[in-house]
Design a protein around this ligand. Structure first.
Ligand code: NI
Length: 171
C-alpha cells in the first residue's frame, strides 16, 4: 500500500516518535514493506514512519532508490553511536518538496538499530549514506533537516510554505 507523504506543517513530523517494542509481527513486516513502496513511489532514498503519519521509530533507506534491493536498510529504534568528520552538501526531504539547502553533517556515522525481527545491528556509512542515516534518525526525534540551517533561512522556508498553503498548493 502506498501512503501519501505527510508534509511539513503536520505536527506528527515535529514530535518524537515512539519506540517500537513488538517485533516480527505481520503488521510490522507489512508496515516496513509499505514504507519502501511509499518511498519508491515518491522517488526518495529515505523515509521515516512519521512521514506517512505514523509516529513510531521506524525508518527505511535505499541509496539506490529501488535499483538494488541489497542496499535496502530498515532501521528500527535507531541511535547514532558514532559521528566523525564533516560534510556540507545539499539536502532535501520528501516532506518539504521543492526546498533544498546546504546542510552540515558528519561524514562518517555509525548507527545502532534493530531490524524487523528485533535483532540489534550496527551500520556505518559515509557520505550520502551517513547523511541519510542522520536525516532519518532526526525525523524520529521530530527534527527536520532545516533545523540545521540558519534561523534566517528556516524562516524563509516557513514563510514560503505558509504562502503555498494559503494558495492551496501545500499539504
Ligand atoms: Ni526527510
Amino acid at each position: 500500500m502506498i501512503y501519501p507523504i505527510v508534509k511539513y506543517g503536520d505536527p506528527v513530523l515535529e514530535q518524537p516518535a515512539e519506540t517500537v517494542t513488538e517485533f516480527d509481527t505481520p503488521e510490522l513486516h507489512k508496515l516496513v514493506e509499505d514504507m519502501f513502496e511509499s518511498m519508491y513511489a515518491a522517488h526518495g532514498v529515505g523515509l521515516a514512519a512519521p512521514q506517512i503519519g505514523i509516529g513510531r521509530r521506524i525508518s527505511v533507506i535505499d541509496p539506490s532508490a529501488g535499483e538494488d534491493h541489497s542496499q535496502r536498510l530498515v532501521l528500527i529504534n535507531p541511535e547514532v553511536i558514532k559521528a566523525e568528520g564533516g560534510q556540507n552538501e545539499e539536502e532535501g526531504c520528501l516532506s518539504l518538496p521543492g526546498f533544498r539547502e546546504q546542510v552540515k553533517r558528519a561524514k562518517r556515522v555509525t548507527v545502532r538499530a534493530r531490524n524487523v525481527r528485533g535483532e540489534s545491528f550496527e551500520i556505518t556509512g559515509e557520505g550520502l549514506l551517513a547523511r541519510a542515516l542522520l536525516h532519518e534518525t532526526d525525523h524520529l526525534k521530530g527534527r527536520l533537516f532545516f533545523s540545521h540551517v540558519s534561523p534566517l533561512k528556516r524562516d524563509l522556508i516557513r514563510r514560503k510554505v505558509r504562502k503555498l498553503a494559503k494558495a492551496g498548493e501545500w499539504g
